[in-house]
Design a protein around this ligand. Structure first.
Ligand SMILES: O=P(O)(O)OC[C@H]1O[C@](O)(CO)[C@@H](O)[C@@H]1O
Length: 543
């Protein structure tokens, strides 16, 4: 099978979708007692249930053919083998090497990179351990009570999301995250902190990102003003691939942790960028986190396509995006500590797959990455679920739920959380018919006119798809599995679409224009060609 077969398979999928359009998801359960088992897959403690979608054995088989014809397996091997699959940046994509724990060598250009990875992560772990114990202290000898990570995008979202997710394991200094160039962010974070007990991590792959460097310079001034210039070195460390830029900023080599151009920013929390996670929960739990990622990698690489969890999650994504035409997907963790997970996935998914050009420079034959959004349940139910249940757009939902919370003394809370999560996927699927609504209203004693006026508003169309990821408990290992699962999902979808998931040229234009506009904001002339709108806004906002 090869890509020349894709048009035929897309056509067969469209035909199967049209043929099945009269069948509701709920009816598929009635027709198949094994539907849950047929469309659920497991990887260790993680279960993916895709049975509440309109997939049938026929469409599932076609989707698997799509993956085969698109060369997903060969591309997967190319990634694990260190090929330069990020063609537009001429880079290998080897974040999987960061979490390899079984001693298997990872090679790039024929050279084993495992030793360098191990050495750097051991250095990071050693530094984190000494910050945690107080062996590394501030300029005046006080142990660090607070750590502020200054970074943005992949140098922020991963560590911020994971640190919150692992809050029950947090036994190190408090960790804070400053990303926005809006001075409000840094100011509000620093307000309650004591410079003498605060350590800054400047996290930037390039060490040129304007937001991060601006925040880092302001943080340096904050330390210098409170403790003197000589204190700065003791209160800063850095994570970057640009070691000379770090040195130029004034951070010493023994407090600088490198990584490599083959680690994309949005795939970097497994690297030294994970330093805040290591400081928060300790190197041993970070090792469990890496082990969870590695377990998902092994599964992704070795499980047959039909048993492969990332493959199924990707195929469901393709089904909804391309065959059903749904423009977005909602990520709803019924897990408050995954509150930042949707934002993290927005970068992972949308920066990777928000592309309109294929690897060979053409327009894609199909739509590519959907809009990804979400918030934790149950809060989301009281905010935007109205639209999910009764709106005119269908938004497939991805629910996440743990069997157990970390608060055994609050069992009643977790029972309610679980019941709500399961109820929502069931309600989205089943809906409520006009006949049912009318019967309910009749039972309440409403007369015919009142029933006719009210009933249409209380109808739920149903037949709205969702998948559920269920796991025993959100621990470091499980979190590692979950993130790696979504990374591989994004990878498989990109392989099917034929796009490069590892570049991000789409962020450049805005950065360039901001640089050009800065002088005008500061009272100078506006760049030639500025639109009337921008000129009007500049005048209104003032220099
Ligand atoms: O780590 P850096 O180099 O500061 O970049 C931060 C983020 O900026 C981006 O390049 C997008 O602007 C992301 O891909 C990256 O994660």
């Amino acid at each position: 099978m090869d890509r020349s077969m894709l048009p035929e398979i897309w056509k067969a999928l469209a035909a199967a979708r049209a043929a099945g359009s009269g069948t509701r998801i709920a009816d598929l359960f009635a027709a198949d007692a094994d539907r849950f088992d047929r469309f659920s897959r497991r990887c260790g403690p993680l279960l993916l249930d895709a049975s509440k979608t309109a997939l049938t054995p026929e469409t599932h088989a076609l989707l698997l053919d799509l993956a085969r014809a698109a060369g997903v397996e060969a591309r997967r091997e190319a990634m694990f083998g260190g090929a330069r699959i990020n063609a537009t940046e001429d880079r290998a994509v080897l974040h999987v090497a960061l979490r390899a724990r079984d001693g298997a060598p990872f090679a790039r250009e024929g050279a084993d990179i495992t030793a360098a990875v191990r050495e750097t992560l051991d250095r990071v772990g050693g530094f984190a351990a000494r910050v945690r114990s107080g062996a590394i202290a501030g300029h005046r000898g006080h142990a660090f009570t607070d750590v502020v990570n200054i970074g943005i995008g992949g140098s922020d979202l991963g560590p911020a999301m994971a640190t919150l997710a692992l809050a029950p394991y947090h036994d190190g200094p408090r960790c804070h995250f400053v990303s926005n160039v809006d001075g409000a962010h840094l100011a509000d974070v620093l307000k309650p902190l004591n410079p003498a007990t605060t350590l800054f991590i400047v996290a930037s792959k390039t060490f040129t990102t304007v937001e991060t460097m601006t925040n880092a310079r302001s943080a340096r001034a904050w330390i210098a003003q409170a403790l003197g210039d000589a204190a700065v070195g003791d209160h800063f460390c850095a994570v970057s691939t640009a070691l000379s830029e770090v040195a130029a900023f004034g951070i010493s080599a023994d407090r600088t942790f490198g990584f490599w151009d083959w680690v994309g920013g949005r795939y970097s929390l497994w690297s030294a960028i994970g330093l805040p996670i290591q400081i928060a929960v300790g190197p041993e739990r970070f090792a469990d986190f890496l082990a969870g990622g590695a377990a998902m990698d092994r599964h992704f690489r070795t499980a047959p396509l039909d048993e492969n969890v990332p493959i199924l999650l990707a195929l469901v994504g393709i089904w909804h995006r391309n065959v059903c035409g749904f423009a977005s997907r909602a990520i709803i963790p019924y897990d408050q500590r995954l509150a930042r997970f949707p934002a993290y996935l927005q970068q992972l998914d949308m920066e990777s797959n928000g592309k309109s050009v294929t690897l060979d420079g053409r327009a894609p034959a199909t739509a590519t990455g959907p809009i990804v959004w979400g918030e934790p349940g149950t809060n989301a139910q009281h905010a935007f679920f109205q639209l999910l249940h009764q709106g005119t757009d269908i938004v497939p939902v991805e629910f996440l739920i743990a069997a157990e919370g970390h608060e055994p003394h609050m069992r009643a809370h977790h029972d309610l959380l679980k019941a709500n999560c399961l109820a929502q996927s069931e309600a989205l699927m089943r809906g409520r018919s006009l006949a049912d609504v009318e019967a309910q209203l009749r039972a309440k004693g409403l007369d015919a006119d009142a029933r006719a006026a009210l009933a249409p508003h209380k109808v739920f169309p149903g037949n709205r798809p969702s998948v559920t990821l269920a796991y025993p408990c959100l621990d470091p290992f499980l979190l590692g599995m979950l993130i790696a699962l979504y990374e591989h999902r994004v990878f498989v979808e990109a392989a099917i679409w034929g796009i490069n998931a590892f570049d991000q040229w789409g962020v450049e234009l805005g950065k360039e224009m901001a640089t050009n506009l800065l002088p005008a904001v500061q009272g100078g002339a506006a760049p030639a060609g500025s639109s009337g709108s921008t000129l009007g806004l500049l005048a209104h906002l003032g220099g």
